[in-house]
Ligand binder design. Structure first.
Ligand code: NAD
Length: 251
């Protein structure tokens, strides 16, 4: 009987990260649920859902703006379960700002979480990962193929993620570690439901009508793709970015 796989997931107290922890539970993958003290999401609810799905997980507070915090988060997988197989750099923020209102601080804060936070997570995982491991970072269509007014800093960070994973994939290939990205379109999560920084409930419902699939996506629909990318089924896939958007960007 092979040992159960172990994953670290940042931003797992809500949205896509939460859905991934629950999806992993169904696959027998144990998760370290990354929660962030700076926002209202309840990581215990993620843990409850994981356990209801018959899975095993622990909650660990992590701030991806801190190297020490991220290193301790990755180490928790080794301390708790003796191994680290999958790292999912999923934490992210979205802040509305026009170009002329874009102070250096707004720019830097965004990149610190949405780009450097990914670097910190992949780097901490690489040091501890078992051979045959896999990493996935969450980018966005705004970072690849879709211009979005008021979100230049977010778009730049998410585009940076796409460059980052390609080069890290080349570097870690010889160690038997694969590195990919998922590129979600419009997904109904606390981030997109925020009416100040994103579309809000009404805007999302309206936007869904223009998507070929006829609606916005669910967190579970992204989580299952991340799980695929970390699984042996994607064993020859590395340095790639997979769009999950119901056809929005091919319309
Ligand atoms: P979400 O707000 O539910 O999840 C983001 C998570 O990141 C939250 O749990 C939050 O606590 C965490 N986080 C924020 N700052 C952090 C920090 N400094 N340290 C650690 N954790 C921190 O929204 P989501 O949509 O599930 O977002 C997950 C990822 O998907 C993000 O990277 C987001 O940019 C990306 N994304 C979302 C959409 C969408 O439509 N929802 C589209 C494209 C990409």
């Amino acid at each position: 009987m092979p040992e159960p796989r172990v994953a670290i997931i940042t931003g797992a107290a809500s949205g896509i990260g939460r859905a991934l922890a629950v999806h992993y539970a169904g696959l027998g993958v144990r998760s370290i649920i990354g929660s962030f003290s700076g926002d209202p999401h309840d990581p215990q609810e993620t843990l409850r859902l994981v356990q209801a799905a018959g899975g095993e997980a622990v909650v660990h507070e992590v701030d991806v703006r801190s190297t020490a915090s991220v290193d301790a988060f990755a180490q928790r997988a080794v301390d708790e379960y003796g191994r680290l197989d999958y790292a999912v750099a999923n934490a992210g923020i979205l802040r509305n700002s026009s170009l002329t209102e874009m102070t250096d601080a707004r720019w830097t804060d965004m990149l610190d979480v949405d780009l450097t936070g990914v670097l910190r997570t992949l780097r901490a995982a690489a040091d501890r990962m078992t051979e045959g491991g896999a990493m996935v970072a969450t980018s966005s269509i705004a970072g690849g193929v879709y211009g979005w007014q008021g979100h230049a800093h977010y778009a730049a960070a998410k585009a940076g993620v796409l460059g980052l994973i390609r080069s890290v994939a080349v570097e870690l290939g010889p160690q038997g570690i694969r590195v990919n990205a998922v590129i979600p379109g419009l997904i109904e999560t606390p981030q997109s439901l925020d009416p100040v920084n994103s579309l809000g409930p009404d805007g999302l419902a309206q936007a869904g009508k223009d998507i070929p699939w006829g609606r916005v996506g669910t967190p579970a629909e992204v989580a299952s793709v991340i799980a695929f990318l970390t699984s042996a089924d994607a064993g020859y896939v590395t340095g790639q970015s997979l769009i999950v958007d119901g056809g929005l960007t091919v319309k």
